[in-house]
Design a protein around this ligand. Sequence first.
Ligand code: GLY
Length: 277
Amino acid sequence: MTDVLLLHGGVGSDSTINPKLDGFASEAFNGDSLDSAVMAVSLMEDDESFNAGTGSVMRIDGSIQMDASVMVPGKFGAVISIERVRNPIIVAREVMEKSPHVIIAGDGATRFARMMGHQDYDPSTEKARMRLQKVLEELKGHPSDEERSRLFMLSISREAHDTVGAVARIGGMFAAAVSTGGSSPMMRGRVGDCPIPGSGIFAGENGAVVATGIGEEIIRRHLCFSIYSRIGKEPLQKIMDEEISKFGAIAVGAIAVSRDEFAHSANKDMATGFHLR
Ligand code: GLY
């Protein structure tokens, strides 16, 4: 059985950057499956072209709150709405391995990161500021909550959601890691699919899966567990294509590894990279 590390740059990302992601996969392929998946995601968090870590989108109040999680069979760790750290994925791993909890949210997540030695870091970029400006322009003249909510949903359905993620099968062990700045536009405190096990991430004895796309819809359909629960019963590519097709025009993608296959599927362009050994 070949070892594999597979990553994606988010649904809506341009697949012409696949060679760059192949490079990240090769660089990150070090140590066990969890080390490799976390390293792959941290490389994408550090690259401001992705919506995770540096380059994350802003909430409508101008803040950046990020979600990230890691999973291996029987273990899970996540941070929700963490602020001012460079690598939320590393903090999520620390929640799993160094805290008595599985999820830490908000101020508590940021405080936990400082306890773990993560320095204060501003992940904002010019691109994120310009995107927020555009959103605020669109929201002008829509004063009622109902109108603004409707506009949110319209915008949500047409914007790309470029969460980053990685799955690995190394030495027969599975791991999954996922990180995001969230969607745009979005309210402060909104939580997407990334830190919800079974929705944006799942890993078990039969494989590992991570998702990208509109978090609200992914949560409603617990996409990653829907894929995982079918692993071994049909070809992996068929399972993934069928599960993704259930979302119709709503932008969604996923990557997965099983005992003997790996596959990706998305209903829009999605950059992917992999490394085999
Ligand atoms: N898939 C990322 C999010 O909706 O937050």
